[in-house]
Design a binder for this molecule. Structure first.
Ligand SMILES: CC(=O)N[C@H]1[C@@H](OP(=O)(O)OP(=O)(O)OC[C@H]2O[C@@H](n3ccc(=O)[nH]c3=O)[C@H](O)[C@@H]2O)O[C@H](CO)[C@@H](O)[C@@H]1O
Ligand SMILES: C=C(OP(=O)(O)O)C(=O)O
Length: 420
């Protein structure tokens, strides 16, 4: 198993190029199940989750020709409708094939994803919405078995909670349904917006894109003529590298980014005393005279993302004063706290709220990555900790960060990948 070894880095300078967004690419790849033509996707991040989903599609009978940052997908001859446990267990986002397979074939079986390190993460809202669209759903032997013999029917769906992959699943299902489906309380994340835009460009009329009310005019079951597209930049990868500049309190520029998707994150950097300069595709963070403590509440887009919580928690250990971070999305997304405490961070956890007293002198340690963003928080801490930090179980990190150690080495961070 690989691990990352870091020594404290006093200097960092240069530019880091941001990859395509994993969380945009995943639903977009799933949506090719709705297509009758070959689809070319570019700016694809080269990360494990993407390969997992492409393997799932290949198991269904799709032909996937993968380049380093691109893929050509042909789903015209799908033969299977079952997403098996062996794949789904490694990636919860496999649930994204449920809506499109059901819409295309009128039946499917998808292994129930179950919980994961950050919380229970049920998919009840996906299932309830599909039932409203006329699907008969049963849970058998750990699988979701869904049937809609006559095809899915449009209806009015009001999500009890905002769900990102839930919204994506129902948008894809509704694309081939009979009639116009309305989704109220839809997710407004940029990744959902791109899915809607690409389906729109591919002939499915969708109103309200980027708002909480989506109206999807289903085409009654025709496979779509899908456009080729380039995946939007990864806003969470961007935010993570800006945290690298911030934690060392040095200037750092990220390129190939979309500053508009990072509003709440950039505001937090500014509140903490850092300078932020943007162009259309770059963001530069400049040092703070004094790193100020912060108050963060994670919420749905456009508010501060839960996927940036762990990285800001690591950063808050270097602020002068007491920061408070409240996690509202996932009940168990503070697993990085105990590892940061082992490095010397002064953090108190009370339910969903972490209180971080800065500034702490961190010391290097062997630490365990527990989920994707917890991993990057530990890397950030390792960059400033005195001595050697070894971050273990980085298969979590490899799910969503492309060549993290290479990107950080190129700007001067002392980090290497080693084998246990
Ligand atoms: C692949 C992908 O895009 N993953 C992102 C997606 O995950 P994901 O789509 O799984 O997260 P959701 O937006 O669905 O979850 C939001 C909240 O709703 C709850 N919920 C969700 C669905 C459901 O049927 N029932 C239910 O109770 C969840 O447990 C959670 O508390 O959005 C999360 C929230 O921004 C991000 O952290 C993940 O990085
Ligand atoms: C939690 C994440 O991903 P997933 O939903 O695939 O677990 C993430 O990208 O931070």
């Amino acid at each position: 198993m690989d691990y990352l070894q870091l020594q404290s880095s006093s200097a960092i300078n240069g530019k880091i190029k941001i990859s395509g967004a994993k969380n945009a690419a995943l639903p977009l790849i799933a949506s090719t199940i709705l297509a009758k033509n070959n689809v070319n996707i570019s700016n694809l991040p080269n990360v494990a989750d993407i390969n997992t989903l492409l393997m799932l599609l290949s198991n269904l009978g799709a032909k996937c020709k993968k380049g380093l940052h691109s893929v050509e997908i042909d789903t015209s001859k799908l033969t299977q409708t079952k997403a098996t446990y062996d794949i789904v267990k490694t990636m919860r986002a496999s649930i994204l094939v449920l809506g499109p397979i059901l819409a295309r074939f009128g039946h499917c079986e998808v292994s129930l994803p179950g919980g994961c390190a950050i919380g229970q993460r049920p998919v009840d809202l996906h299932l309830k919405a599909l039932e409203q669209m006329g699907a008969k759903i049963e849970i058998k032997s750990g699988y979701i078995e869904a049937r809609a013999k006559e095809g899915l029917k449009a209806c009015e769906i009001i999500f009890d909670k905002i769900t990102v992959t839930g919204t994506a699943n129902i948008v894809m299902a509704a694309a081939l349904a009979h009639g116009t489906t309305t989704i109220t309380n839809a997710a407004r994340e940029p990744e959902v917006v791109q899915l809607c835009e690409i389906l729109n460009q591919s002939g499915i009329e969708i109103e309200g894109i980027g708002t909480a009310v989506l109206k999807i005019h289903g085409n009654g079951g025709e496979l779509i003529d899908m456009v080729d597209f380039s995946v939007i930049p990864d806003r969470i990868e961007a935010g993570t590298y800006l945290c690298a500049g911030a934690i060392l309190n040095k200037e750092l520029t990220i390129t190939n980014a979309e500053p508009k998707h990072l509003g709440a994150v950039l505001s937090k950097f500014e509140e903490m005393g850092f300078g932020i300069k943007t162009t259309d595709t770059t963001i530069t963070i400049t040092p703070a005279k004094e790193i100020k403590p912060t108050k963060i509440v994670t919420q749905e887009y456009p508010a501060f993302p839960t996927d940036m919580q762990a990285q800001f928690l690591a950063l808050a250990t270097q602020a002068n004063g007491v920061s408070i971070i409240e996690e509202r999305l996932f009940e168990n997304r503070f697993m990085h706290v105990s590892e940061l405490q082992r490095m010397g961070a002064d953090i108190t956890l009370n339910g969903h709220t972490a209180t971080i007293k800065g500034k702490s002198k961190l010391s290097g340690a062997d630490v365990m990555a527990t989920d994707l963003r917890a991993s990057s928080a530990l890397v950030l801490a390792g960059m400033i900790a005195k001595g050697t930090t070894n971050v273990h179980r980085i298969y979590h990190l490899d799910r969503g960060y492309e060549s993290l150690e290479k990107k950080l080495q190129d700007v001067g961070v002392d980090i290497k990948r080693l084998k246990e």
